[in-house]
Write a protein that binds this ligand. Sequence first.
Ligand SMILES: Nc1ncnc2c1ncn2[C@@H]1O[C@H](COP(=O)(O)OP(=O)(O)O)[C@@H](O)[C@H]1O
Ligand SMILES: [Mg+2]
Length: 309
Amino acid sequence: MQRRTKVIAIANQKGGVGKTTTVVNLAAALSARKRAVLVMDLDPQAHATLGLGLEKQQGVSIYPVLLGEKQIADVIQPTKWNNLNVIPSEVDLAGAELEFGVREDRLTMIRDALGPVKDSGAFDYIILDCPPSLGIVMTSSLVASDGVLIPIQAEFLAMDGLALITGSIERIRQSVNPALELNGIVFTMVNSVAKLTHDVIEEVRGHFGDKVYETLIPRNVRVSEAPSMGTPVVFLDPRSKGAESYKAFAWEFMAKNPTRFDMPSAAAPAPTPAPAPEPEPVPEPVPEHASSPTPAPEPEPAPAHEPQV
Ligand SMILES: Nc1ncnc2c1ncn2[C@@H]1O[C@H](COP(=O)(O)OP(=O)(O)O)[C@@H](O)[C@H]1O
Ligand SMILES: [Mg+2]
């Protein structure tokens, strides 16, 4: 069955704004809802790789694929959880900025590398964890993407940072990827008692309207503890405030980015703004990618765990 695969870059040139945390937990929450997800870790620090329970391993990343030494299917790794796969990062990616900066196809190299995976329809979502700079890796990630999701903190000068990245998106849209959309802006590490927080959120909403996700991700200690356990907080402590908010965010994300599961049927043409909450998924992990013993809440079968690329 062919799926419409959406490629979403999670990007902000600033470090420490919650990009990787959002990649890991959005991917985990989507996979728990039976969406087939591939995370590509493009940051040489490999925090998304580690946060999803994988080790860094030399030669297992997009890097050898970009060099033409490996096929992309060879570097897609399963995680401990169903429907959740990763193209890990490795230290060699740190050289990519310089090394690939002189390539003629530097802007399209990631899009070309991802082509076979996207065309295979094996995944609902491919989520790219971008490094914190406006360099060649981030730019070519945006060229490869259908949408850009920007995590930001509600702090002084937030609008300035947003102007930088939305400017980059606009330039890419006007040149090499006219289809690129601003998927949305999500506030992370929100301190709900601070007045400045509310003022900044209002200012950004005033400017970007419904591009700003309703769900606010609060600052929550369980979120910051989870990476050291190699487990997304949505699996580690599903009832924590951080996990609940990432799950709510994933619902909003799915409603804005429908896959085959969410398409309104011919019998029910009136589109609903958000899908009705499904029953809680079975807490992961599932050993050795065995099929989940509980029936899927969706009308269609769960996607295969091992993507056929
Ligand atoms: N909602 C949150 N509550 C508490 N700590 C968080 C939250 N989101 C992120 N962090 C922590 O903040 C730091 C930076 O987050 P990270 O996702 O790595 O940002 P980036 O990828 O943008 O550099 C990490 O230590 C992470 O664990
Ligand atoms: Mg990061």
